[in-house]
Design a protein around this ligand. Structure first.
Ligand code: AHG
Ligand code: MN
Ligand code: MN
Length: 310
């Protein structure tokens, strides 16, 4: 290929260029770019292969890996230096951290390293980010302006939405995020299901829903990492990921603010849906930063079907 052509290709598909063409406003563009770049540093940390426990627990009482803490530090520092972020809320922090001077536009939520307990198995893991224009204790629908997640797998990919569709980028060998799929659109219905939680702990309605999917021939696709499991549903354009209400924990396991809202934002932008069984994830009011919620997220048919069974 001639030099001119490859230059032209790069010009079109680079993340910054794409956001500019999408009309994403300047500060948000810079912010998303900086977060995407942070993915490279987190990935470098993962490659150091330090799988040790940090000796601390997070607000959920879970043991933190030193990798969880260093990913959180990397993100927090980068966001602090960006000059665009007022507050940082993270799964690995005890409370919301004021990182700005008070005049900045954005409030960030982070699951710095989702699926970190899978790191020793070499399954894919990820980073999930929500970007809000209003303080985060509100309804996601009122405050979110963008969301993105990064997958660390055989490839490093980044999916973002700033409210004009969901777009996938791949980190290339030159360290640039290049567009791989623009405007990912979910089909009305898919053929895979990804169910979290133990069946013996689930409610009858949920078990009947799973039995329905199985009788319809849905294939099981579950790794135990929310980011890759969600990503599979999105990239295959259909199906459902669920982590349901459990008998002993009616709010399920996944965290509304750090995990569910950003993915619901992206899923809706791709034409899919996300519900807790009754209400849309983005319509739920967040009152506590560590709030959890059941979730059914994916293409419309399966998510609406879940509502019927629950
Ligand atoms: P994290 O690593 O950020 O704590 O999240 C783990 C989550 C999520 O990735 C996954 O869907 C879920 O935990 C699986 O949980 P269980 O294996 O406990 O069911
Ligand atoms: Mn997580
Ligand atoms: Mn995490």
């Amino acid at each position: 290929m001639g030099e001119g052509i490859s230059d032209y290709t790069r010009y079109i598909v680079d993340l910054r260029r794409h956001m500019w063409l999408e009309g994403v406003e300047t500060e948000l563009r810079r912010l998303i770019w900086q977060i995407a770049v942070t993915g490279k540093y987190i990935s470098a940390k993962i490659h150091e292969s330090n799988r040790k426990l940090a000796g601390f627990r997070n607000i959920y009482g879970e043991e933190q890996l030193s990798l969880d803490r260093s990913s959180d530090e990397i993100l927090k520092n980068q966001l602090q230096n960006s000059g665009f972020v007022r507050e940082y809320a993270s799964e690995e922090q005890d409370s919301v951290v004021q990182i700005g001077k008070g005049h900045e536009k954005y409030y960030i939520t982070a699951d710095p390293l989702d699926g970190s307990s899978l790191v020793d198995t070499n399954l894919a893991i990820g980073t999930i980010i929500g970007i809000h224009r209003e303080p985060i204790l509100s309804r996601g629908r009122d405050s979110m302006v963008a969301a993105l997640y990064i997958t660390y797998g055989p490839l490093i990919t980044m999916i973002y939405s700033a409210g004009t569709g969901a777009h996938e980028f791949v980190l290339n060998r030159e360290g640039e995020y290049v567009l791989s799929q623009e405007n990912v659109r979910m089909d009305e219905r898919g053929s895979i299901y990804s169910p979290g939680g133990l069946r013996k702990d689930c409610t009858d309605g949920h078990i009947k829903y799973l039995e329905y999917l199985e009788s319809e021939g849905y294939k099981l696709r579950y790794s135990g990492g929310f980011v890759p499991d969600f990503n599979q549903v999105l990239i295959k354009r259909g199906g459902v990921f669920t982590y349901p209400a459990l008998k002993k924990s009616p709010n399920g396991k996944l965290r509304l603010l750090f995990e569910l809202q950003p993915m619901a934002f992206i899923m809706e932008q791709a034409g899919g849906m996300a519900t807790n069984g009754k209400e849309d994830i983005l319509s739920l009011k967040v009152t506590e930063i560590d709030q959890r919620s059941p979730v059914y997220i994916g293409s419309r048919f399966e998510v609406e079907k879940a509502r019927e069974f629950l």
